[in-house]
Ligand binder design. Structure first.
Ligand SMILES: [Zn+2]
Length: 127
């Protein structure tokens, strides 16, 4: 199947593959809050597969673990000066790893509908 023939599911409209497929592609694009990578691949997760899980295509890389830990640590309360220092460390690390960041977007996804996610984005249906 060529790239533009692939079926993309619009999760804003709660569209899902009718065949209970485990992994599929979405019209929406997810942007990793750790490294900035883009992906439109999601899988079913949670109880009864009722939620969607999105993982960064780089999440198994050692540099991504380190960066994720810092991004998470930045979200905790810290003195202002420490936060600023940590933030610039994160920026430097992102820049140093910029060439290693792989995106995973397939098909004519709609980049104007880019959603942020951190580690894993879970969308519950029926909410
Ligand atoms: Zn990432």
């Amino acid at each position: 199947m060529s790239d533009d023939q692939i079926k993309l599911y619009d999760i804003q409209k709660n569209e899902l593959p009718p065949d209970r497929r485990y992994r599929f592609r979405t019209l929406q694009v997810f942007k990793c809050r750790v490294c900035g990578a883009l992906t439109n691949e999601v899988r079913r997760g949670g109880r009864f597969g009722a939620s969607l899980v999105c993982e960064c295509p780089n999440s198994s890389e050692p540099w991504h673990y380190d960066l994720a830990a810092k991004v998470e640590w930045l979200g905790k309360p810290h003195p202002k000066s420490y936060k600023a220092e940590l933030r610039s460390e994160i920026d430097e690390e992102r820049a140093a790893n910029a060439l290693k960041i792989k995106n995973n977007v397939v098909g004519p996804a709609d980049v104007s509908q880019t959603l942020d996610f951190h580690w894993i984005a879970i969308k519950l249906f029926g909410d």
